[in-house]
Design a protein around this ligand. Structure first.
Ligand code: NAP
Length: 261
């Protein structure tokens, strides 16, 4: 089966391409910049304008839609909502049989501006211009890692200690996406998370220990609806099929026993 992957250069895209090839898919991949490489047949697409879309979707049986512009402003709307519509329209015209879209656990519960656009993109997909499926994933291990690094930039690691996270290995998300492509369009929204729900402070202490850091954790209490949603587990899922690689596995593989203060 030939699959077009949008957002193929992103954190998830980079692990999706080898997974799909190993599973026997022929892969065409998009980027806004011209690229070459044996990992896929590359094609230039800009979802913000629609440039390159018609050519990209021609001759593929499925589209795996990973491209996104995190943020929450007008540019996110242009790429995530209007760009997803442009993609669905082009794929519908080309007779694509399955549009598999990647979203985020909590887009329907957590009031981040970015999530409003992700939810709107899901709704575009579910209009059914192309037979569809949605996989909502929880935060990827490297994303939580970067977030902790950023929140610790000023010295202490700043965060709401009671916020709940369920980080997942992007390689396991890639494997799930590959299985969902093989299963075909089910017209459903599946949630997929990591094996453990952790409080932010548990995740942060483990991260600190893995890095050999003594930075203090500066607890803040996120106010309002956002804080309540995050503490109530808005970013976690009760879905029973989960990844098996833990946050501790990620930390051991990334930092080993070395001191990276
Ligand atoms: N990161 C997480 O923890 C997480 C968790 C759950 C779900 N997700 C979802 O998973 C998907 C992939 O996430 P990621 O972390 O891999 O994202 P990422 O690293 O930020 O990559 C985003 C991709 O989108 C592409 N893109 C941006 N603007 C574009 C435009 N105008 N036209 C075409 N392509 C454009 C970029 O491609 P070029 O720059 O090459 O054009 C890039 O490959 C996203 O939908 C995200 O919402 C992420």
């Amino acid at each position: 089966m030939k699959v077009l992957v949008t957002g193929a250069t992103g954190g998830l895209g980079r692990v999706v391409l080898p997974r799909l090839r190993a599973d026997g898919f022929a892969v065409r991949a998009t980027s806004r910049r011209p690229r070459t490489g044996a990992e896929a047949e590359w094609t230039v697409v800009d979802l913000a304008t629609g440039a390159g879309l018609a050519e990209a979707v021609t001759g593929v049986e499925a589209v795996l839609h990973l491209a996104s512009l995190p943020g929450g402003g007008r540019r996110t709307h242009q790429v995530d909502v209007l760009g997803t519509r442009r993609l669905a329209v082009a794929a519908g015209r080309a007779g694509v049989g399955h549009l598999l879209h990647v979203s985020i656990v909590g887009v329907d519960r957590v009031p981040f501006p970015y999530y409003r656009h992700k939810l709107a993109a899901e709704r575009v997909i579910a209009e059914g211009l192309v037979p569809w499926s949605v996989l909502r994933a929880t935060q990827f291990h490297p994303f939580l890692d970067r977030l902790l690094t950023m929140s610790g930039r000023l010295g202490p690691v700043i965060g709401d200690r009671a916020l709940l996270v369920q980080p997942v290995d992007p390689g396991e998300v890639a494997a799930r996406l590959s299985a969902r492509l093989s299963a075909g369009p089910l017209g459903d929204i599946e949630e997929y998370g990591g094996p453990q729900v952790l409080r932010f402070d548990e995740a942060a202490y483990a991260w600190r220990a893995a890095r050999g850091s003594r930075r203090p954790l500066l607890p803040v209490r996120l106010p309002g609806r956002l804080g309540r949603a995050l503490r109530a587990g808005g970013l976690t899922t009760a879905a029973t099929v989960t990844g098996s690689r833990t946050w501790a596995d990620h930390l051991a593989a990334t930092y080993g026993g070395t001191d990276r203060r």
